[in-house]
Design a protein around this ligand. Structure first.
Ligand code: SAM
Length: 329
């Protein structure tokens, strides 16, 4: 008989079953709200968890109750042999969903291999469909590559493919309707995201309140409330036939901490309990000091005890000095 699945529950009764794994803190883009131009303070390669260490640690997470993993970064496709890591994690007992967040600059090269490795779902960041504007926001003139990557993912059969658009006041807020139409035409799910005050770049970003947009899009496109698999914190609106969905990730105007089910493991083996707080637990020293599997499982339970109730982006927006790319958004 199969062993009953264990559950990992925090002090507030939230079940933690989702782990976001940042496989690198490096990125080939410099989005204005994320990583500052000229930033060089990246993690040393000898501090990166190896694939063997990641597989071992995530195996322990799976044994105590995590069942979903998202590969993120930085830009995860910059980590060499990512499909091999995905395949290894996909084979871990208890893991039933592997997904990827990417900027898609390298996606046309890897879409097929990722699909074969067991990655089921892909989120692609795309803040503008206008070439020059994209280049201004992302710090690189490569919209064509991103679109080619997206189309390769569609061709490879990923479903759903979600587009993450960070809404920036006075920068791309006039393009939201175009993005809705683009996603409707291609069968993509759209997710609109409010900027979070992570690091100086996040704090200086042109915050745009999405609540009025939600009401406006609902009327214009006849949308109804809906649910999307793996939808996480996004609140969704859909066309009545369910063919198109738009989600709103609104950590500032309407936070969703009460249902938070996730933690974030970064490339050097640090586990962050919340995007908007500093509580953390270091796993690399344990892994490299020969911890036994049972020690890792105990350490995971100890770490989860540290998970705070909620972020305080409103009250103390200056608190988080980490950039989103370091924690893995
Ligand atoms: N490189 C991958 C990508 O582009 O999706 C994964 C990492 S990226 C940090 C993950 C997501 O975080 C992206 O959708 C990005 O737009 C978003 N992001 C980065 N900084 C942010 C901020 N300050 N506020 C809100 N979202 C942010």
């Amino acid at each position: 008989m199969d062993k009953p699945a264990l559950t990992l529950t925090d002090r507030f009764g939230r079940r933690i079953e989702y782990l976001r794994l940042s496989v690198t803190d490096r990125c080939d883009l410099r989005c204005t709200y994320c990583l500052p131009k000229g930033f060089k303070d990246f993690e040393e390669p000898e501090h990166w968890l190896t694939f063997d260490e990641i597989e071992r640690l995530l195996g322990a997470f799976a044994r105590v109750g995590v069942n979903r993993i998202r590969l993120t970064g930085g830009e995860p496709l910059l980590r060499r042999n990512l499909p091999e890591l995905a395949a290894r994690l996909h084979r871990l007992p208890g893991i039933r969903d592997i997904s990827l967040s990417t900027n898609a600059t390298q996606l046309s090269k890897y879409a097929g291999a990722l699909k074969n490795a067991g990655v089921a779902r892909i989120n692609v960041s795309l803040d503008s469909l206008k070439r020059e504007r994209f280049a201004r926001i992302a710090g690189r003139d490569c919209l064509d590559r991103v679109i080619a990557g997206l189309m390769a993912a569609k061709e490879a059969g990923f479903t759903p493919i979600k587009i993450n658009m960070v809404a920036l006041s006075g920068v791309n807020d006039d393009e939201i309707d175009d993005m809705v139409e683009f996603c409707m035409a291609h069968g993509f799910v759209l997710r609109l995201i409010e900027t979070m005050p992570m690091g100086v770049t996040g704090r200086n970003a042109a915050y745009f309140d999405l609540q009025p947009v939600k009401r406006r899009l609902q009327e214009k496109f006849d949308l109804v409330e809906g649910v999307v698999p793996g939808g996480g914190p996004a609140r969704y609106l859909q066309t009545p036939d369910g063919k198109f969905s738009v989600g709103f990730i609104t950590p500032i105007s309407q936070h969703f901490c009460a249902t938070c089910n996730r933690v974030r493991l970064v490339v050097d083996g640090t586990l962050f309990m919340c995007l908007g707080q500093n509580e953390k637990f270091e796993f690399r020293p344990l892994l490299r000091a020969g911890a036994r599997d049972a020690d890792l499982e105990t350490a995971i339970r100890t770490a989860i005890e540290l998970k705070p109730e909620r972020h305080e982006f409103h009250e103390t927006p200056q608190k988080i000095v980490r950039f989103m790319s370091a924690t893995g958004g």
